[in-house]
Design a protein around this ligand. Sequence first.
Ligand SMILES: [Zn+2]
Length: 260
Amino acid sequence: MPELPEVETVRRVLHERYAGKTITAVALGRPTFCRKPSADTLRALTGARISAFRRRGKYLLMVLEGRGEVVFHLGMSGRLTVGGESPHVRFQFWVGTEEVRFHDSRRFGRVGGLLPELGPEPLEALFDADYLWKTLHGRTAPVKALIMDQRLIAGLGNIYATEALHLAGIRPGRAGKSLKRGEVEKLAAACRKVLQRGVELGGSTLDDESFLDPLGRPGRMQKHVKAYGRDDCGTCGSPLLDAKKSIGGRTSRYCPACQR
Ligand SMILES: [Zn+2]
């Protein structure tokens, strides 16, 4: 599932390629697309000039000159590509002769609609140890679930939350309120660090639903993960364990030696 670094990677490619250009045509793909763009969205797009691609958390926004913004949510497996073959094209638009396709094999993706309420992002100044301390304070939910809650902190999903907790030396199943101030400081820094690294490396490509950028290029973050999707710890080599309870419906891997 695309997280902040993957969406940022998509944004950079599309911005560089299409900012300042005009959308010449739009089309809807298969009728099975349940959350298709509304008629208003389609009208706004046709003939519009793209002033920028922005990102907020895991959402990509196409800013149209004088016509507002169109929100893209990639969901679990949504992708935006420049041309390319796919049996699951849901929506497409043309910029000059180039075709940009939104495809999604699982239909959790979305085009149009409003941006939900989102917390600050770890790469913004609003997010710091004080903010994280206040956010975790008094909460009994697992720390991993709290840092993945987009209303509290925007951008982290399973991969980067797993990596941030590993880097900070904190087990994913611990209650938010159990963290000491020093641990919160380490975790705030770790959230920033793993996301920064993910952006620098063009995202991570390691799942069955592998992430590729709009030009079909894989990311490189997967070569640097220390816990997510691994059997042994990337720092000390110990066999990794899964937290007993699933967190947010997902397994949570951690190192029993490096994480407390
Ligand atoms: Zn370890």
